[in-house]
Ligand binder design. Structure first.
Ligand code: TRP
Length: 359
């Protein structure tokens, strides 16, 4: 099988997670953690791009995200879960990398442009807003990660990361101009050129059937929801037809009937799925309620072990201890890279070691 790779990915802390996060990213992380050296980042500095005036909330959100990710099955004995702001090498590399990127190149990033527009920031964004994209290149390269599991929207950031890595390796490590990406390391480059590992399921539609699942839109099933709340939310999904009877032919196109998107994703058994699709489409005595019940049960089955694990992380002190250990491991990896990068770039003069202490 494939060799053990270094993997880095992460999230900007937004508060409690929902099943859209599970489908879109956390599930994949749980699969990867047993086979690879995984680092999962809580990008709290990135949250300051838009919420610099709300530091307490960002601090709390970090703990909530950590708690939920742990509840979903990220295992601190296999992967390192860490806080961005407590890994100084990330900020230091950001400074160096910012010198390697033309300003216009940074501003051309389509994901960045989108965000500025969607958030209605026009000309009123901080210097740090575009800087976060450079910071993201540092998050990845500091680990000398090979692979970065992300959603489609993060691909432009990965492209920027690959450009920085190539430029650094050529400018400071003597990697020849025409070197192929996969040869950079063997030719003496500090940084492997990382690849984006784009998930198959990018986004889960919310229970409103309209928008991407999002807590702020009120269309999310959160992992802290009780079994009853899950049933209620699934019960409200619009199935594309008003007052459909069990004998009416139904719509099974997941684009038009979100219930069938949920069926596809949350019910594993292929023959059950095929049978339901077939009967529903023909109107063979199957009501919306029956399908909804099956989907709600499947989601509750998925959430059950998460609820149990979450209970074990209820105490902030337990979560903080996991973050402390993970952040110490992250620093160990990043300090090594930083020393190599400083040596190559001429900014290194001395050796250093430092340790994190619990608060
Ligand atoms: N920008 C990512 C998001 O908002 C979070 C992030 C920060 C990230 N640094 C990263 C993701 C490095 C992958 C790799 O979701």
């Amino acid at each position: 099988m494939s060799e053990r790779q270094r993997i880095l990915t992460g999230d900007t802390p937004t508060g409690n997670l929902h099943i859209g996060h599970w489908v879109g990213s956390v599930k994949r992380r749980v699969e990867l953690q047993s086979q690879h050296e995984c680092y999962f980042l809580i990008a709290n500095l990135h949250a300051y791009t838009t919420r610099a005036d709300d530091p307490q909330a960002i601090h709390q959100d970090c703990l909530e995200v950590a708690r939920d990710v742990l509840a979903m099955g990220v295992d601190p004995n296999q992967a390192s879960l860490f806080v961005q702001s407590e890994v100084p090498a990330l900020a230091e590399l950001t400074y160096l990398f910012a010198m390697l990127l033309p300003f216009n190149r940074v501003m051309r990033n389509p994901t960045l442009k989108d965000e500025l527009q969607v958030k209605g920031l026009a000309e009123n964004y901080s210097f740090g807003f575009p800087l976060y994209t450079v910071g993201q290149t540092a998050d990845i390269l500091a680990f000398r990660a090979h692979s970065v599991p992300v959603g489609e929207d993060q691909v432009p950031h990965l492209e920027l990361t690959r450009e920085v890595a190539r430029r650094f390796n050529k400018m400071y490590c003597g990697v020849p101009d025409k070197a192929a990406d996969e040869d950079h390391e063997s030719l003496g480059g500090v940084f492997p050129i990382p690849v984006a590992d784009v998930g198959r399921v990018g986004r889960l539609v919310g229970t409103d059937g309209q928008n991407k699942m999002s807590k702020s839109l009120g269309n999310a099933i959160q992992i802290i929801d009780t079994p009853k709340q899950v049933k209620k939310k699934i019960g409200k999904i619009y199935t594309g037809q008003d007052s459909r009877q069990p004998t009416d032919p139904g719509i099974i196109d997941p684009e038009k009937n979100p219930l069938f998107q949920y069926l596809d994703i949350f019910i594993d058994d292929e023959s059950t799925k095929a049978d339901i699709r077939d009967r529903y489409e023909r109107g063979d005595h199957i009501g919306d309620g029956e399908v909804k019940m099956l989907v709600a049960d499947a989601i509750n089955e998925l959430l059950e072990p998460m609820r149990a694990r979450r209970a074990a992380y209820e105490d902030d002190a337990v979560v903080r201890e996991v973050l402390l250990q993970g952040t110490a491991q992250a620093n160990q990896a990043c300090e090594k890279t930083l020393a190599m990068a400083k040596e190559a770039a001429g900014t290194g003069f001395f050796n250093r070691t430092f340790t994190l202490n619990p608060a």
